[in-house]
Design a protein around this ligand. Structure first.
Ligand code: HEC
Length: 141
């Protein structure tokens, strides 16, 4: 059995070693993994403007992105790959509510430039390495 001083040394040693590992892994995540997975170098001024438009128009009031937001409208993480640029621009620039499948979207009537910026943002989001999220639907054929 451990003596009191051995138990204390064991506790302190274990705590210090695991805390050092925790700090090391956090450091590599923040300085190496996140920039690599998000392709930080592709964040252009257009992508940033697209994000500002995304935030200021409350798109997350209806949509989810990276799994976050509301469940009224489609998940948009991979929308660039799924729908392509022309379709997304048509939804954003439409002067009447976009609703080919029944539920209505806000008729934003964006300018071409604003729509292009949102497309750049959605394209960048779609290229983030998310370990396979969102999963492909597991539907019976
Ligand atoms: C009032 C709820 C609402 C808001 C707010 C909203 N949308 Fe939508 N959006 C929808 C609905 C509902 C659809 C699906 C329409 C359909 O296919 O019939 C949609 C469709 C889309 C699509 C096509 C998705 C697909 O897979 O077909 C894109 C892209 C999109 N929205 C982007 C945006 C962006 C960007 C914003 C913010 C500027 C936004 N939406 C705000 C409700 C909303």
């Amino acid at each position: 059995m451990l003596s009191k001083s051995q138990a204390r040394a064991f506790f302190l040693g274990g705590t210090i070693v695991t805390f050092a590992i925790f700090l090391g892994l956090s450091w590599t995540s923040l300085t190496k993994e996140v920039p690599k997975r998000t392709h930080e170098e592709n964040i252009t001024p257009e992508v940033i403007r697209g994000k500002v438009i995304w935030e200021s128009n409350n798109c997350m009031g209806c949509h989810t992105i990276l799994g976050e937001g509301a469940y009224y409208a489609p998940e948009l993480t991979k929308v660039f790959e799924r729908r392509g640029e022309a379709y997304i621009k048509a939804a954003l620039m439409s002067k009447v509510p976009w609703a080919p499948r029944g539920r209505k979207m806000v008729a934003y009537g964006f300018s071409e430039k604003d729509a292009n910026d949102v497309v750049s943002f959605l394209k960048w989001i779609g290229e983030i390495d998310l370990n396979g999220f969102p999963p492909k639907p597991d539907l019976k054929q």
